[in-house]
Design a protein around this ligand. Structure first.
Ligand SMILES: Nc1ncnc2c1ncn2[C@@H]1O[C@H](COP(=O)(O)OP(=O)(O)O)[C@@H](O)[C@H]1O
Ligand SMILES: O=C(O)C1=C[C@@H](OP(=O)(O)O)[C@@H](O)[C@H](O)C1
Ligand SMILES: [Mg+2]
Length: 195
């Protein structure tokens, strides 16, 4: 007895969306806004690459961010941050999660505005504090009163560079990533096709 042979085209692997970015996408916002988590989730969702500036700096310097702050001060950290930020505007477009203080330097704000599409993830200092389990990893998040003040000072800087603003209050990382994906598609930054 012969087995039935399948008809039609050979079995194809399951289709998955192939995405392309037309420009780098930078995530900005206060500490705890979810820049690192959302960028990673979106990268997985769309099969594209992401890079976290703080993680990249830690590998490059072979030191934790908090140790760079302790040894070189905030200015020393900001020097490195500007150098790596420049690298990721020059390379192939990818998702770039920045540190919350990247907007402090006017030079960085110009790089962000000229270098890609900027997504501002908005969070209150209060909600940010409840999300971050180990505040010692954020040398500039000392206590809630100070974080509220820093957050208020930075708000106009985030707004200055933002191409899109997403309020993250009470939303899951997955939901925020899906919202960012939809904005990027609508703006023609993210292209999704079937392989
Ligand atoms: N939308 C969210 N809801 C709940 N927890 C979150 C959310 N986004 C991030 N977190 C948590 O908050 C902490 C800080 O997130 P992270 O992505 O590192 O933020 P950022 O890079 O903006 O400082 C992590 O423990 C992360 O799991
Ligand atoms: O807001 C800031 O000045 C900082 C935010 C941190 O990154 P996250 O925003 O990812 O926590 C990190 O770059 C450093 O501790 C300084
Ligand atoms: Mg981060």
């Amino acid at each position: 007895m012969t087995k039935n042979t399948p008809t039609g085209s050979p079995k194809q692997p399951p289709k998955r969306p192939a995405c392309t970015l037309s420009r780098p996408v930078f995530f900005v916002g206060f500490m705890g806004a979810g820049k690192t988590s959302v960028s990673r989730r979106l990268a997985r969702m769309c099969h594209i690459s992401s890079i976290d500036l703080d993680t990249y700096i830690e590998r490059r310097e072979d030191k934790k961010v908090k140790d760079i702050f302790a040894e070189a001060g905030e200015d020393g950290f900001r020097e490195i941050e500007t150098a790596v930020l420049r690298e990721f505007t020059a390379n192939d477009p990818l998702l770039v999660s920045c540190g919350g203080g990247v907007v402090k330097r006017p030079e960085n704000r110009e790089i962000l505005k000229g270098g890609g599409f900027v997504v501002y993830l908005k969070v209150s200092a209060d909600e940010a504090q409840s999300r971050i389990s180990d505040l010692s990893t954020r040398p500039l998040f000392n206590d809630l009163d100070q974080a509220r003040r820093t957050s208020a000072e930075r708000l106009p800087l985030y707004e200055e560079v933002a191409d899109a603003v997403i309020d993250t209050a009470g939303k899951s990382v997955g939901r925020i990533a899906a919202e960012v994906r939809d904005v990027l598609k609508k703006e023609g930054i993210l292209w999704q096709s079937q392989e």
